[in-house]
Design a protein around this ligand. Structure first.
Ligand code: 5GP
Ligand code: MN
Length: 323
């Protein structure tokens, strides 16, 4: 048996041995975080476990993923919860688990499942594979090892994870295996048209007003190699857009031609949350790590104390420019 198959078997065995399980993904959950948390919840319930899906931040599922089966059950991680096993998903280090950090680190057993290259392997068992397009894809690969069939609700959640983390099957992580796994999910009942519409064609007027502001502020830097834009708290108040409606906002500016990297800066009172995307092979993961964050080569982020101007002054010299 290959080392990988052995690891998948070991993780499956650990999951099946637990009667009570808590599951949580990273703060400000995206499609992979929500889809993976709920997909694994359904999968393990199908195998007979008692499962509690938790949020690392916020009191309820983001409105953008409230359609996922089981989303209504999600609640903020409590200070203590007695379970046999904690599963951390899509979170490269314990800090990304937010409110669930201590619960995870104090659990009897902690299984970490993730696809971030900078994962710290902080679990008692770690299934970390940066070649996986999404954490949800890794969970799908666990299926045969768990020996339980995927129901439609599981396939729905994990397809959402894979669709969103591959940018609707368009980024470099859209590998043959990602597409094969997506095909299997569709065979298991994931409805492509319905899920696409729910995630990408279900925007509020306020979210579109925020898109207009973001595109309107597009600025080029570094001799045209970089494009960036910004939003601040007034923009939310004035447009009515919700914070979770910014998940794909950076895609509205990454489409511009001729740049190697794009940045979207979300300005708060005394800090700035920055999303980075690379084009043409530049590694923005490295840039994000330098500034205290992390992520993948093509998609990364960080939060920095300061103002729009001070964070741009730190960021732009690290991004591509002429020469
Ligand atoms: P986004 O820009 O969509 O928030 O994040 C892009 C990618 O970078 C995601 O894979 C996300 O997990 C990662 N990422 C974003 N912010 C941080 C951060 O502050 N720390 C770490 N380690 N990863 C981050
Ligand atoms: Mn992910």
């Amino acid at each position: 048996m290959s080392g990988r198959a052995e690891l998948l078997g070991q993780v499956a065995e650990t999951l099946l041995a637990a009667r009570t399980i808590a599951i949580c993904a990273h703060v400000d959950p995206d499609g992979d975080a929500m889809g993976s948390t709920l997909g694994l919840t359904h999968l393990l319930r199908g195998c007979g476990a008692t499962v509690t899906p938790l949020l690392a931040s916020g009191d309820r599922a983001p409105s953008t993923y409230a359609f996922l089966p089981g989303a209504g059950e999600l609640r903020r991680a409590p200070a203590s919860l007695a379970v046999d096993l904690f599963v951390a998903l899509d979170a490269p280090d314990p800090a990304r688990l937010g409110d669930a950090r201590d619960l995870a680190l104090n659990a009897k057993r902690l299984v970490v499942i993730d696809h971030h290259p900078d994962n710290k392997h902080y679990g008692t068992l770690n299934l970390v594979d940066e070649r996986a397009a999404a954490t949800g894809e890794l969970l799908w690969e666990l299926l045969p090892h768990l020996g339980c069939a995927a129901e439609r609700i599981t396939a729905t959640c994990l397809f959402t994870a894979l669709m969103t983390d591959t940018g609707r099957f368009s980024y470099g992580n859209t590998t043959p295996s990602a597409l094969r796994h997506a095909a299997e999910m569709i065979e298991a009942g994931a409805n492509v048209v319905d899920l696409y519409r729910r995630v990408y064609e279900n925007r509020s007027p306020g979210a579109l007003a925020l898109v207009a502001r973001t595109v309107g502020r597009l600025t080029f830097a570094n001799d045209g190699h970089v494009a960036y834009s910004w939003i601040d708290t007034d923009d939310f108040a004035e447009t009515g857009a919700l914070p979770e409606e910014t998940e794909n906002l950076i895609d509205e500016i990454r489409v511009v031609s001729g740049v190697d990297a794009v940045a979207l800066l979300k300005v708060a009172h005394d800090s700035v949350r920055v999303s980075l995307r690379a084009k043409n092979g530049y590694d923005v993961g490295l840039v994000a790590r330098t500034l205290g964050g992390g992520g993948h080569a093509a998609a990364a982020g960080f939060t920095r104390a300061g103002s729009l101007e001070s964070v741009l002054a730190e960021l732009l010299p690290l991004l591509p420019s002429v020469g």
